[in-house]
Ligand binder design. Structure first.
Ligand code: UDP
Ligand code: MG
Length: 344
């Protein structure tokens, strides 16, 4: 076995004080059993309970566990982005801190990855949560996301997933987009597989989400769809509509001109005239929006990457890391993965 890191485990934590020790025991125990060289990157997403103190104690005991502490609660997606930026191994595993995911499932996911898949997602087949509040919205959301993004997954919401580092380092995440990584990454042609995993009931602490998440996820889906299908060619979309409307308006105006000039009838009172003018104006506007959007997307793709979070402290190798830009992983474009990363 080499000294190279093989696995980076990314764990977002928000007010999970009673879960830290069990997490360390269970996750750490499983990882040790697996025998890889690993690092665990725990992101304390602005917890207001004793989570940080417990995490610090873990770091002092086991330097393979590094702790990134946010200045405030930036959300699970930002926490995971910080973990991705900090990850040093070629394979990244994400897992919840509340032990609803079973760390013993990690080898199954890695085995699937070694079959040649890029992203392997956990699929909680037997979910332990209430049907109406949690599972039903989740089933509907998963169908909708699968259908609209074309990446068929039963369980986008399962945090337990494994990714090649270069995939997660190159997908930029806002809002609650972390669950859409497989869909967003489909843009660069990754293969995605699912493996059934255990779902367990939360033992300590409370869930951080309510039913409102469903609506935010749906809105994020609009963003994802836009990014996946139109963001690279806005003029083709807006311009298409614009040409259609403008063209229709132009035809109606031609017809009205014929009526006015050849048939010598009055057209001033005709609703059709209003419609034609509206269509032409809308058409011109659509095309202009398309052009502006083209410029905006260029800025979007070419501008410097900024993180969506601010780090307070980052403990690694027994010493604080200066945080200025430490975690602001430089990533520019989405870069295709050359070979499926796997670990052996
Ligand atoms: N989490 C986080 N920041 C937040 C909300 C949640 O880091 O703003 C973490 C949380 O500590 C947990 C994971 O994200 O490790 C999943 O959250 P939760 O268990 O509340 O979600 P659920 O399992 O109910 O979907
Ligand atoms: Mg949970």
């Amino acid at each position: 076995m080499t000294n190279e890191l093989q696995l980076s485990i990314v764990v977002p934590v928000y007010n999970e004080e009673d879960n830290i020790e069990p997490l360390y025991k269970e996750l750490g125990g499983e990882l040790d059993k697996m025998g890889y060289n690993y690092e665990v990157i725990v992101i304390d997403d602005g917890s207001r309970d004793g989570s940080y103190a417990r995490l610090k104690a873990v770091h002092e005991r086991d330097p393979r566990w590094q702790i990134i502490r946010f200045r405030r609660n930036f959300g699970q997606t930002s926490a995971m982005s910080a973990g991705f930026a900090a990850a040093r191994a070629p394979v990244v595993v994400t897992i919840d801190a509340d032990l609803q995911n079973d760390p013993a499932d990690i080898p199954k996911l890695l085995a699937k990855m070694n079959e040649g898949y890029d992203i392997v997602s956990g699929w909680r087949m037997n979910r332990k949560e209430p049907f109406i509040q949690r599972r039903l919205p989740s089933i509907m959301a998963n169908r909708l996301i699968s259908r609209t993004t074309g990446v068929q997954l039963h369980d986008y919401g399962c945090t337990l997933k494994v990714y090649p580092a270069e995939v997660v380092k190159n997908v930029r995440l806002y809002g609650e987009l972390h669950r859409f990584i497989p869909a967003l990454a489909s843009e660069i042609g990754v293969t995605v597989a699912e493996v059934p995993v255990k779902d367990r009931a939360r033992r300590f602490g409370k869930s951080k989400y309510g039913i409102g998440r469903t609506f935010r996820v749906i809105l994020d889906l609009v963003t994802v769809n836009f990014l996946l299908s139109y963001a690279r060619k806005p003029l083709q979309v807006f311009g298409g509509f614009g040409l259609l409307m403008g063209g229709l308006g132009g035809l109606i105006l031609l017809y009205l001109a014929y009526v006015r000039i050849i048939l010598a009838q009055d057209i001033g009172e005709r609703p059709l005239l209003l419609l034609a003018i509206l269509l032409v104006i809308l058409g011109v506007q659509m095309i202009s929006i398309g052009l502006v959007a083209e410029m905006v997307t260029r800025t979007y793709h070419e501008s410097q990457q900024k993180t969506t979070y601010v780090i307070r402290e980052w403990l690694r190798d027994g010493a604080p890391v200066p945080t200025g830009n430490a975690a602001n992983g430089k990533v520019s474009e989405v870069v295709p993965t050359e070979t499926p990363t796997s670990i052996s």
